[in-house]
Design a binder for this molecule. Structure first.
Ligand SMILES: Nc1ncnc2c1ncn2[C@@H]1O[C@H](COP(=O)(O)OP(=O)(O)OP(=O)(O)O)[C@@H](O)[C@H]1O
Length: 250
């Protein structure tokens, strides 16, 4: 699904990613952890193709295609979904209208016409039920006055509707209370299939109790310095990152 080879990236001339190697296969869930400022969100943004980040070296390959030259929009059309740490508000555009537009734009890029209204409504009904989202919520302006938990739930709803091949969830646990965390995680688990893959960026082992990762990576100073199974997340929660830093600097 995704292969990243020796990826280096900078922002405003400052190197942030210093040689990332990562392979995510279909059906897998990978967690990325690491201290503040280690480059986790930058990695997510670079995969999604955000313009402010400059790739200075390396390759990002999605399903055997080098996506380096593709814009963020084209990458989204190719099935990459990135949830944002700080989602934007769009007053006057409802959650439903936003998602309809996003789905139809993706279809257009594939040479398809708009999704018939009946199918769209059916999908909205199914996915909102899956994620236990109140229908009233769907007519509200996108993210305007949403609580932290509502924002996150809305993002997972967008993901459910767009059915991406590769979903990158950045700090999905921030702002979620325990019940919402469980609902969001259950939603992600239900959306997981043998044909897609998920990368979860998180600071806490808590989320990984619900979305169980196949592989956990530790990012430090722009490199993946350790990878392991889900037990690595427990170890990090217990011991923090100093031992990793010592290992790297030894
Ligand atoms: N758009 C930007 N402009 C300037 N600096 C940036 C930008 N994006 C990231 N950086 C810098 O890159 C470094 C890595 O940031 P990044 O957000 O990727 O880390 P992180 O591991 O996700 O951190 P956190 O755990 O705090 O969310 C930081 O020093 C940050 O200030």
């Amino acid at each position: 699904m995704l292969k990243i080879k020796d990826l280096h990236a900078s922002v405003e001339g400052k190197p942030i990613l210093n040689g990332i190697n990562l392979e995510v296969k279909t059906g897998e869930v990978h967690a990325i952890m690491g201290p503040n400022g280690s480059g986790k969100s930058t990695l997510a943004s670079v995969i999604a193709g955000k313009e402010e980040y400059e790739v200075t070296k390396g390759e990002i390959i999605l399903e055997n295609e080098d996506i380096e030259e593709l814009s963020a929009e084209e990458r989204a059309h190719n099935g990459i979904f990135l949830s944002f740490q700080y989602p934007i508000e769009i007053p006057g555009v409802s959650v439903t209208n936003f998602i309809k537009t996003a789905i139809n734009e993706t279809r257009k890029a594939k040479g398809l016409g708009d999704m018939p209204a009946k199918d769209m409504l059916k999908m909205i009904r199914e996915k909102s039920e899956l994620l236990e989202i109140d229908r009233k919520f769907l007519s509200r302006s996108l993210n305007e006055g949403f609580s932290g938990g509502e924002k996150k739930r809305n993002e997972v709803f967008q993901m459910a509707m767009l059915e991406p091949k590769l979903a990158i969830l950045d700090e999905t646990d921030s702002g979620l209370d325990i019940d919402a965390l469980r609902i969001v995680a259950n939603g992600v688990n239900k959306l997981k299939s043998k044909d897609n893959a998920v990368i979860v960026i998180t600071h806490y082992q808590r989320l990984l109790e619900y979305i169980v990762p196949d592989v956990v990576h530790v990012l430090y100073e722009g490199r993946i310095v350790k990878s392991g199974g889900k037990e690595l997340a427990h170890e990090l929660e217990e011991k923090g990152y100093d031992w990793i830093k010592e290992e790297v600097n030894a």
